[in-house]
Design a protein around this ligand. Structure first.
Ligand SMILES: [Zn+2]
Length: 301
């Protein structure tokens, strides 16, 4: 079974388990990581590697699903240790020159930027690889297939490996132990229609396990993908309800948070899990993403 080859490294983001994963797969000459995690969790990543008898120099390749800080922040550092970095074409310029990405994140996070995300180093162009949609990536005896999956971000790949799909954020956020999934909808590229299309595309691929970066491996793929679709549809209905009155953003964030919290209560989430979800997927961020999507895509003047 494929999943036996995959080791889940818990990066313990903000001291919380089950928030951000990096997936490790060994090959004859080292190891591949799916996601680097942010710069702030490099000590946890190194500890996880050491636990497997590996050093950062053993990481030969890093496959990024997209360039958001929680997925790709430490890729530049791993490139410095010698790794090749794989990323979607649209995200690639920001890995080579992350200044704009860092500046826009700093506008959001302000002085919490460093403690939350740590350093985001550039990836040298010579170490950056841009695979095409469905082009086989061969690393030793390992075979990966990138699947173009926009919606959460325009530049998003899911990676198929044997019977696993590493779904990044397009497969939503799901914390082990609960039959509950959340759809993370940050600005600026959120697009609900394109996201639905990506889920339809993933549904056609025959994999048995889905592994979102937040967090872990799940075998109820049909339920999982349906839940993403449902999450997108409910967000869409919520938008149609609240947006016509053109509420200020603070009100929108509050209203969105209240609504999602009420949903969580229905499935009996404990306070600890609610906090874990908030760390993996801040709700205010999704309200911002939905507002931008509404203004840019749904209701262009
Ligand atoms: Zn993301």
């Amino acid at each position: 079974m494929a999943s036996a080859r995959v080791i889940t490294l818990d990066l313990n983001f903000q001291g919380r388990p089950h928030a951000i994963a990096s997936y490790l797969i060994r090959h004859a000459d080292g190891a591949v990581l799916i996601e680097s995690g942010p710069g702030s969790t490099l000590p946890a990543l190194q500890a996880g590697l050491a636990n497997e008898g590996l050093s950062p120099r053993d990481v030969t390749h890093v496959l990024l699903t997209h360039i958001h800080l929680d997925h790709a922040g430490a890729a530049g550092w791993l490139a410095q240790q010698g790794a090749k970095i794989y990323v979607h074409r649209v995200g690639a310029p920001h890995m080579i020159n992350p200044e704009k990405l860092i500046a826009s994140a700093t506008r959001i996070y302000g002085d919490r930027m460093q403690s939350l995300w740590g350093e985001f180093l550039p990836v040298p162009e010579s170490q950056l690889i841009i695979p095409k949609d469905t082009e086989t990536i061969e690393i030793g005896d390992l075979r990966f297939t990138p699947i173009n999956t926009p919606g959460h971000a325009e530049h998003h790949y899911a990676y198929l490996f044997e019977d696993i799909c590493f779904s990044g954020d397009v497969g939503g956020v799901r914390i082990p132990g609960y039959q509950y999934l959340r759809v993370p909808m940050p600005p600026p590229e959120l697009n609900l229609e394109r996201w639905h299309a990506s889920i339809a595309r993933l549904r056609k691929e025959k994999f048995k396990t889905i592994a979102p970066t937040h967090f872990g491996m799940f075998n109820d793929v049909a339920w999982h993908l349906n839940e993403v679709d449902k999450g997108l549809d409910t967000a869409s209905r919520w938008l149609e309800e609240v947006m016509p009155s053109d509420p200020p953003i603070e009100e929108l964030r509050q209203s969105y948070t209240d609504w999602v919290m009420a949903e969580g209560e229905k499935v009996g989430l404990t306070e600890d899990v609610v906090r874990a979800y908030e760390v993996a997927n801040p709700l205010g961020m999704s309200a911002d993403g939905l507002l931008r999507y509404w203004k840019k895509v749904r209701k262009p003047e």
